[in-house]
Write a protein that binds this ligand. Structure first.
Ligand SMILES: CC(C)=CC(=O)SCCNC(=O)CCNC(=O)[C@H](O)C(C)(C)COP(=O)(O)OP(=O)(O)OC[C@H]1O[C@@H](n2cnc3c(N)ncnc32)[C@H](O)[C@@H]1OP(=O)(O)O
Length: 258
């Protein structure tokens, strides 16, 4: 498949999606989000891929949904086509781990896209924000919900109501990003972390991801019960036997992803 707005590569067991609309600061037009869906489908179907990295350019991860494409849409257009969530949610539905490597602007839909990933590595120049209010609208791909869960009500409310941007330091302090990396090292570091995850047992990694995500969607009691059941089910995998045998035998584990 030829892509017009993204570059898709594989590096060993890692799939890399680079948003590539530099003139529009990677604004997320319909075609780009559809291409991302195709790339994610392909990576999910590929047994050789164990983790995925989504990144942008040094200046912009993504400056949001494409305002020029969106500006003349009517209520009926957006309602009937379930505008934004229909294609975008593909990232959130991905069963394999997805890391967002964010440099520069991650605004509006760009911030929402990063938050749909499993964790965010931020370059020291990263800037996060939900500026939709300045356009006379509100976040529409999970911004009011996910940002609030990441950084708490007060900061999320301030950011959504004013459109203020948050720099990388503040984003790390508030729990939005897992770590800050120097800009020049961002992509290598994201690929290195993704490769480490891809070396681990794929089914167990997926179970772990499901279990952490459950924490967002249920009570503590039910989440702990869910975790217990999933933990028990890892004992049905060959990889749990291999992982524990390797520890006891003082050697590296050779997971078969079974
Ligand atoms: C509504 C929902 C659900 C979600 C959304 O995401 S709405 C969009 C939210 N994002 C924004 O409001 C950010 C818009 N962009 C900016 O404020 C600025 O571009 C900037 C602060 C990120 C960067 O400013 P800078 O002066 O460095 O660069 P510009 O000259 O403004 O931009 C370069 C080039 O990119 C085009 N651009 C930027 N963002 C978008 C966008 N979200 N949609 C479409 N196009 C965008 C910008 O128009 C310019 O292109 P032209 O020179 O051809 O006009």
């Amino acid at each position: 498949m030829a892509y017009n707005n993204i570059i898709v590569e594989t590096q060993g067991a890692v799939g890399l999606i680079r948003l590539n609309r530099p003139k529009a600061l990677n604004a997320l037009c319909q075609e780009l989000t559809e291409e991302m869906t195709v790339a994610l489908d392909a990576f999910e179907a590929n047994d050789d891929i164990g983790a995925i990295v989504i990144t942008g350019s040094d200046k912009a991860f993504a400056a949001g949904a494409d305002i020029k494409e969106m500006q003349s849409k009517t209520y009926m257009d957006v309602y009937k086509n379930d505008f934004i969530t229909a294609t975008w949610e593909r990232v959130a539905r991905c069963r394999k781990p997805v890391i967002a490597a964010v440099a520069g602007y991650a605004l509006g839909g760009g911030c929402e896209l990063a938050m749909m990933c499993d964790f965010i590595l931020a370059a020291d120049n990263a800037q996060f924000g939900q500026p939709e209010i300045k356009l006379g609208t509100i976040p529409g791909a999970g911004g009011t919900q996910r940002l609030t869960r990441f950084v708490g009500k007060s900061k999320a409310m301030e950011m959504c109501l004013t459109g203020r941007m948050m720099d990388a330091e503040e984003a790390e302090r508030s729990g939005l990003v897992s770590r800050i990396v120097p800009l020049d090292d961002l992509e290598d570091e994201a690929l290195k972390v993704a490769a480490k995850i891809a070396d681990l047992s794929r089914p167990v990694v997926m179970m772990c991801k499901e279990s952490v995500n459950k924490a967002y969607e249920t009570t503590l009691k039910e989440g702990i019960m869910f975790e217990r059941r999933v933990f028990h089910s890892t004992f049905a995998t060959e990889d749990q036997k291999e992982g524990m045998a390797a520890f006891a035998e003082k050697r590296s584990a050779a997971f078969k992803h079974q």
